[in-house]
Design a binder for this molecule. Structure first.
Ligand SMILES: Nc1ncnc2c1ncn2[C@@H]1O[C@H](COP(=O)(O)OP(=O)(O)O)[C@@H](O)[C@H]1O
Ligand SMILES: [Mg+2]
Length: 370
């Protein structure tokens, strides 16, 4: 139902700073569907928190608009937006029980006592905290404390849930458990959720769609699969998953794809070619600079023959995969190869060949010529 969507248009935030204004969020536009789990992903300082705070009403917008369920939020005070927020720091009251921590906001809103108890019990049960209602925060683990802060955000029955790096203080194993827990609750309640993280694996695993940010700008928006399979820029290719880049020169066009020549002579034809600038890919002439992107799993290793010769540096056993790190000849740089099983005759220090699976590679084209 589009009428329940969140619609962000040209949202901009400038902070005054000593050396001139900082543009923390630079004309960002996106739309979040009513029951969607939507993630803003990007490196530290790219404007994720500032965007979330403007949506929550904790920060004013310098320009642009925020419309939620048909209502213009841009100048609605934070407390009237009916938004639940969860932060990295749990910010629980140490002297109050779990029950009272969750009750606090409801009491402030003068919810009648008779209504209070069933509402809190329901939300504590949903978060599997029912048995802990009488305890104090100090008696809870980090994961349990974060559950309480989620319960506190949800007990108002908010129209949307905003989560700013909620798992950053937890250890790796608990982070994985908690992200699944958050996803389960979000699905159960069908609540629009905006999630902020710098962790691409976390973003990929929980999101319906994600928006990749860099330097205050929205770089790409799509499902995790779309963004992983077809990153629209070198930045996104590098940030989402692991990527190998090989400098190349455009040799010719093949339908929607391209044939490129790598330094050292190898020619690779890929089915996909994307422009890096505003120029349309088909208009970029042969001879221009290109960058070939190949995921680690799309490179094979062979002791005898292949596209590019290399020397193996490290071989790491990472459980399900074996990760080879190699230095490609002809100054093509460091390469990461993920194999399902060890490759015969290719150990640390060995000379070997890379086979680039062209069907899974993408060529990025720059209009310029080096
Ligand atoms: N209150 C503020 N005053 C000045 N600059 C700020 C303020 N808040 C954030 N910034 C700057 O805005 C940019 C984006 O910050 P932030 O939204 O916190 O990024 P993220 O959450 O993606 O790490 C950064 O360069 C940060 O230093
Ligand atoms: Mg932040």
């Amino acid at each position: 139902m589009p009428e329940r969507d969140l619609v962000i248009r040209n949202l901009t935030k400038r902070f005054a700073a000593a050396g001139g204004d900082v543009v923390a969020v630079d004309s960002v536009s996106f739309q979040v569907r009513a029951t969607e789990f939507f993630t803003m992903l990007g490196p530290s300082g790219c404007g994720k928190t500032t965007t979330l705070r403007m949506i929550a009403g904790l920060e004013s917008a310098s320009a642009g608009s925020i419309v939620f369920a048909g209502r213009d939020f841009t100048s609605v005070p934070a407390q009237q937006r009916n938004i639940g927020m969860v932060f990295q720091s749990y910010a629980l009251f140490p002297h109050l029980t779990i029950f009272e921590n969750v009750a606090y906001g409801l009491r402030l809103r003068r919810i009648p006592a008779a209504e209070l108890k069933p509402r809190i019990e329901k939300i504590l049960d949903l978060l599997q905290l029912g048995a802990l209602a009488g305890r104090h925060p100090a008696d809870l683990s980090g994961g349990q404390q974060q559950r309480v802060s989620i319960a506190r955000a949800l007990v108002y029955d908010p129209g949307m849930l905003l989560l700013d790096e909620p798992l950053a203080n937890l250890d790796a194993k608990l982070r994985v458990l908690m992200r699944e827990e958050i996803r389960r609750i979000q699905r159960r309640l069908g609540i629009m959720s905006l999630y902020v993280t710098h962790d691409q694996e976390e973003a990929m695993s929980v999101s319906d769609r994600l928006a990749v940010f860099n330097l205050g700008r929205l770089m790409q928006l799509g499902t995790p699969q779309e963004v992983y399979a077809a990153p629209a820029s070198l930045f996104v290719a590098d940030f989402i998953g692991k990527a190998n880049f090989f400098p190349a020169r455009l040799a010719g066009r093949v339908g929607a794809g391209a044939r490129v020549a790598l330094a050292g002579g190898a020619e690779i034809a890929t089915p996909r070619a994307m422009p890096l600038g505003a120029e349309e890919a088909p208009r970029i002439p042969a001879g221009c600079d290109a960058m070939l992107m190949v995921r680690p799993a799309a490179i094979g290793l062979d002791a005898r023959a292949g596209d590019v010769s290399c020397r193996i540096g490290r071989v790491q056993f990472l459980g399900g995969i074996i990760r080879y790190t190699a230095t490609a000849d002809a100054a093509l740089g460091e390469v990461t190869i993920d194999a399902q099983r060890p490759v015969d005759g290719v150990g640390e220090g060995a000379a070997a060949w890379l086979r680039l699976a062209a069907a899974d590679a993408i060529v990025y084209l720059a209009a310029g010529r080096a």
